[in-house]
Design a protein around this ligand. Sequence first.
Ligand SMILES: C[S@@+](CC[C@H](N)C(=O)[O-])C[C@H]1O[C@@H](n2cnc3c(N)ncnc32)[C@H](O)[C@@H]1O
Length: 260
Amino acid sequence: MVPAMARNKLDDTAASFGFREVRPEERQGLVNQVFATVADRYDLMNDLMSGGMHRLWKEELVTVLNPPKSEQRFELIDVAGGTADISLRMLRKGGPGCRAVVCDISPEMLRVGRSKVEAEGRSEQVSLVQGNAEALPFPDRSFDAYTIAFGIRNVTHIDVALKEAFRVLKPGGHFLCLEFSECQVPMLDNLYDLHSFQVIPRLGQLVGTGAEPYRYLVESIRKFPPQEPFAGMIREAGFERVTWRNLTGGIAAIHSGWRI
Ligand SMILES: C[S@@+](CC[C@H](N)C(=O)[O-])C[C@H]1O[C@@H](n2cnc3c(N)ncnc32)[C@H](O)[C@@H]1O
């Protein structure tokens, strides 16, 4: 079970690597090691860990994003886009004017993403760029939409990443974040804790990446702010009309905001 303390929210100065306190400048390197280790098995592990639920949640994200079906130009930046899952889903749903930039700090995750993009024949529509969510390598007002799926909790300074999201969006641009959140259904939360702390690390061992990276992933979920405080952080970055919707009882949530 998760100690109540572990559900504490991130404050801006503390750097938590899972339940461990680390120096802020040390944290990103540790996160990068996790994704370098799991990159080749990341998609498989996602299916195993979530029982396939992550596919439904991502589909819901893309439904909310609602890319134009016409030839109208539509530029998405998918930050912490890893293996390009969100970008490929967006392109399958959208029209011929849709383009995506997958921006991720991990070269290993981008390598897996690039081979998926090539296998789907989407290289003309997707660029993959190495970059940090806290200092995006793009000019102001570049994109129509910004997505970040299961990425923002890995970032050391979430407030900085949110300000960067605001900066690179055009006025009228849509910010969408899919992230694990606070399960709000009694009983389901106990089951979820059991699954997270007992089952998931063992799955990591089974698929050969070891338990440790998954322990971090699970712990980092518990350190992430729940729905309303996170919505407050998004407003703080300048976004308006901030809302969220819970998925599977709040195990995950999609937060939405607009740069007006
Ligand atoms: C759990 S994966 C999510 C991947 C993908 N969005 C998905 O939903 O399948 C988290 C990703 O965040 C990336 N990441 C971690 N810290 C980052 C940062 N500061 N800037 C950009 N990407 C980061 C990792 O490299 C990893 O690819």
